[in-house]
Design a protein around this ligand. Sequence first.
Ligand SMILES: Cc1ncc(COP(=O)(O)O)c(C=O)c1O
Length: 364
Amino acid sequence: MRAPQSVAEGSTVAEHRATGASGDTIVDLRSDTVTRPTAGMREAMATAEVGDDVYGEDPTVNALEAEVAALFGHEAALLAPTGSMANQIALQLVVPPAHELLCDADAHVVTYEIGAAAAYGGISSRTWPAVGGDVAPDVVAAMVRPDGYWAVPTRAIAVEQTHNRGGGGVIPLTTLHALRRIADDAGVALHCDGARIWHAHVAEGVPLAEYGALFDTLSVCLSKGLGAPVGSLVIGSAEHIERARYVRKRLGGGMRQAGVLAAAGRYALAHHVSRLAEDHAKAARLAEAIAPFGLLATTVRTNIVPLDLTKASLDAHALAAAARAEGVLVSVLGPRTARLVTHLDVDDAGIDRAVAVLTRILSR
Ligand SMILES: Cc1ncc(COP(=O)(O)O)c(C=O)c1O
């Protein structure tokens, strides 16, 4: 039997709707992936010009790829169905089989991608201890292993911007520059899992091209906070992306009339990036309400509010169950770790409701 999804303890949103409190709409704070396409986005999808993208003939996909490459100041980009596939394609570009990737122990690539780097890329991964979203460059530098027959040689370092399990933390530019120097000195690649790099860009005011210039490869998602139903991109040099097209096909990610998805992505880039500031403000409101209970795992910087329930009277499952009974969905990341995520389908009234419900539960 499939283990229940931690986020909603195995029940679907429809079930929550059926049993939710007094007919109120559900306030779904599990993830920023639960958004539904807006009317404008659906219109863009319905009217998209399409072609066969495996032949390279979908004009909307081609336009999206060119647009995203330009945003990050790189030569090329490639649309993939998911962020996981985009990461795995990028890792295969920079780490040959039987070579090593370094990343933090909470990174999505080693936590949630089901061993794909090893299974599909023959990649060996070694991790540094996760400290929220922070990275200590000297720790990373000390881990890099040179070529030689006695140990697995390091070929790439990966960071996550913003950091999902790190509570939406943003890695500062100074740290990224230090990592770039370390990578250059060691002759290894630097990859960014930028599923939510848009959030860092909006929170810090750092231009996307400035982030782009620091990395050999990036993956970015259109379906985390930007509101597209599907779609991530691998970004890099023309040479890398030519090879990425081949790796994507091998992974089964070559899509045909994908312009309907690319149109949603283009719409999201045009309409849903700067509004992320509203999601950050909503997360800050949630954090402010919860702060007096002493349960915030870290300072809230973007759209993720991580809860450390070690000292709370109830554990994460109990909190999620109690909140669910009142129509608020919370994500369970571990026995005493929970998470709230704001996004474009939660409005101010929803945040008010979540604050009322969660503070009531935590006060018991
Ligand atoms: C940081 C990060 N990277 C990659 C992914 C993978 O995206 P997908 O679910 O589209 O495979 C996620 C998903 O939430 C994520 O949070």
